[in-house]
Write a protein that binds this ligand. Structure first.
Ligand code: FAD
Ligand code: DHB
Length: 390
């Protein structure tokens, strides 16, 4: 079997790459370890940058998102007994975010690929990459062989592609945080129109949403936290304690339909390529979720990779592909910094003394009172322009 681009992983990165390549007349095969049901139900990110929304709309996969997604023009930072709005419409006019679940993006992309006759294979075991240092790389899986011109490693942080790169090629940068996020999805109308990022002495909490009937919440918890130690009543009590911190705000509660714990880590592998293997999305880098950047960064990588592959298949030129990692890394590191900054601004670090806590408050006061500082947050949050637009 043969294709032009062999793609490992049917997450947002792999599926969007396959779709964008198809629009350019380039063939691909997507190999995914999990079932279709599993990837369509996996609850993860929910905040789409303006550029992500525009990318999906321009690619013809934004219809349902435009109907069902929730455009937001601001977020609230809640601390010290008051809420402070970061007003995107004033600070970054014309740019906003859209709240639309990652699994909905995945569903829309799978439907588009299958409708166009795309080859997306689920429950594929034992994918392995071979001969990536030649022009004839290939993939093996379940006794089959797929010859390719290029392989795209879109298989997330725990995938097989990054570890297939010979030792000594990659430099890995990593920061682990001394806490995790407990995330839940609940059948309850959101108690706020906009997202609330709440910093309290008990730890951080985030109120987000998915639809007018479904809310999403996160709680800062210990890094080794056991989900079994968090029965529903404890989750709601802790969310109340961390969100009902301003006069007149009450949190509505409801049935919890999904729950999970996510470790908090920043990680970058450089370069994001070796020979004919190109890493995109979480396979190359992850961020702590506070800045809502993970999914958006995967989209930015895939845009760059699509352009570079279009050049290769148009005239055999490898110049853009050779520059793939160099083109992606400035945005990757901007997102690393922003995610680290938002995390540091809003979480409780056990190692913090009273001095560090005062610094945190001072910075929050600055971000919420100065337009210059507020714009720094706003322009990163809604997403900086893509490199090709600057
Ligand atoms: P993924 O979505 O991880 O997709 C990779 C795909 O590859 C998966 O479908 C996987 O099953 C498949 N795969 C892996 N190994 C193999 C293999 N060997 N063979 C074949 N297929 C394979 N970001 C936020 O902004 N906010 C959040 O709240 C948030 N929560 C998160 C919670 C969790 C538990 C995780 C893991 C991530 C979260 N993220 C969040 C990050 C965001 O979801 C990711 O950045 C985004 O999913 C990246 O997309 P991707 O396609 O690169 O990787
Ligand atoms: C969501 C996740 C985030 O990491 C974030 O910063 C904001 C919202 C969400 O899942 O809705």
């Amino acid at each position: 079997m043969r294709t032009q681009v062999g793609i490992i992983g049917a997450g947002p990165a792999g599926l969007l790459l396959s779709h964008l390549l198809h629009l350019r007349g380039i063939e691909s095969v997507v190999l995914e370890r999990r079932s279709r049901e599993y990837v369509e139900r996996r609850v993860r990110a929910g905040v789409l940058e303006q550029g992500t929304v525009d990318t999906l709309v321009e690619a013809g996969v934004g219809e349902r998102m435009k109907r069902e997604g929730l455009p937001h023009h601001g977020i609230e930072l809640r601390y010290g007994g008051a809420g402070h709005r970061i007003a995107f419409e004033r600070l970054v006019p014309g740019r906003a975010i859209t709240v639309y679940g990652q699994q909905e993006v995945v569903k829309d992309l799978i439907a588009a690929r299958l409708a166009a006759g795309g080859d997306v294979r689920f429950e594929v075991d034992d994918v392995a990459v071979h001969d990536i240092d030649t022009d004839r790389p290939y993939l093996t899986f379940g006794g089959e062989r797929l010859d390719c011109d290029v392989i795209a490693g879109c298989d997330g942080f725990h995938g097989v592609s990054r570890p297939s790169i010979p030792e000594g090629v990659l430099t890995e940068y990593q920061r682990d945080y001394p806490f995790a996020w407990l995330g839940i999805l609940a059948k309850v109308k959101p108690s706020s129109e906009e997202l609330i990022y709440s910093r309290t002495e008990r730890g951080f909490a985030l109120h987000s949403m998915r639809t007018p009937e479904i809310s999403r919440f996160y709680l800062q918890v210990a890094p080794d936290e056991d989900l079994a130690a968090w029965p529903d009543e404890r989750i709601w009590a802790e969310l109340r304690a961390r969100l009902e911190t301003v006069p007149g705000f009450t949190l509505a509660t409801g049935e919890i339909v999904e729950r999970g714990i996510t470790p908090m880590r920043g990680f970058v592998a450089e370069p994001m390529q070796y020979g004919r293997l190109f890493l995109a999305g979480d396979a190359a880098h992850i961020v702590p979720p506070t800045g809502a950047k993970g999914l958006n960064l995967a989209v930015a990588d895939v845009r760059v990779l699509t352009e570079a592959l279009a050049r290769l298949f148009a005239d055999g030129s490898t110049e853009a592909l050779d520059g793939y990692s160099t083109a992606c890394l400035p945005r990757v590191w901007r997102a690393q910094h922003f995610s680290w900054w938002m995390t540091t601004l809003l979480h409780t670090f056990e190692s913090d003394d009273a001095y560090a806590r005062r610094l945190q408050t001072s910075y929050l006061d600055y971000v919420t009172s100065s337009d210059a500082a507020g714009t720094t947050l706003a322009e990163n949050y809604v997403g900086l322009p893509y490199q090709e637009e600057t």
